[in-house]
Design a protein around this ligand. Structure first.
Ligand SMILES: N[C@@H](CCC(=O)N[C@@H](CS)C(=O)NCC(=O)O)C(=O)O
Length: 208
């Protein structure tokens, strides 16, 4: 049995952890907790995650929730090219992860919920989300005008975490061609073999 257990489904933020696990090439299992069936509120799951949300991981006896924190932990634990090499790079990876959650995620979620007909947000809310995303997109564009990736020249957990959040934009039919560096960066992140494997698992889950 694999030591790392990821709770959630492919149609949830657990897919972020699957992408990371695939990048690291580590053994893992996905334990289904389907929020669309309310399973996060059943069977004592809240003993693992008092928020009753997914994802959560169990790594041996260690339990952790919050998707981007989980990815930062896995990168640090397993090392390799995705892990920040210095305290400063690690701080920047945390900075970018918190930035993605506070500056971009809420509006990106509104747009993917609308695009996938999960929530019928009003046109006013949708156009507000479009407008609000211009600022964070401009921030990424500015940073990437001087370097290929968020921490410099290599793809790291910072890119993976931010791409998990901004990566829903093309799937929400948001035109980001006005941010060409960001568009190219996102494409390079999403085209990584580990992300492609995750995408195939998500597409298969969507068919069921
Ligand atoms: N900030 C959390 C958000 C977790 C979250 O909202 N997960 C959703 C699924 S993607 C969930 O569990 N929703 C169920 C609910 O809110 O009851 C993270 O990134 O892990």
């Amino acid at each position: 049995m694999s030591e790392l257990i990821i709770y959630g489904t492919m149609l949830s933020r657990a897919a972020r952890i699957i992408w990371m696990a695939e990048e690291l090439g580590i053994d893992y299992s996905l334990e289904s907790v389907d929020v669309h069936k309310g399973e996060q509120r059943e069977g004592g799951y809240d003993a693992l995650n008092p928020n009753a949300k997914v994802p959560t991981i169990k790594d041996g006896d260690f339990i952790l929730w919050e998707s981007l924190a989980i990815n930062l932990y896995l990168a640090k634990k397993h090392g390799g090219p995705l892990a920040p090499k210095t305290a400063e790079d690690e701080a920047h990876a945390v900075q970018w992860s918190m930035w993605a959650l506070t500056e971009a995620e809420d509006n990106a979620v509104i747009l993917i919920q609308k695009a996938l007909s999960i929530v019928d947000h009003s046109e006013e809310k949708v156009s507000g989300a479009h407008e609000a995303l211009k600022k964070p997109l401009a921030v990424v564009e500015k940073v990437l005008s001087g370097q290929d990736y968020l921490l410099g020249s290599e793809f790291t957990v910072a890119d993976l975490n931010v791409a998990c959040v901004l990566g829903t934009l093309p799937r929400s039919n948001v035109d980001i061609s006005g941010y060409p560096k960001t568009e190219a960066w996102l494409k390079s992140c999403v085209e990584r073999p580990a992300s492609q494997r995750m995408g195939k698992m998500r597409a298969a889950a969507m068919k069921h």
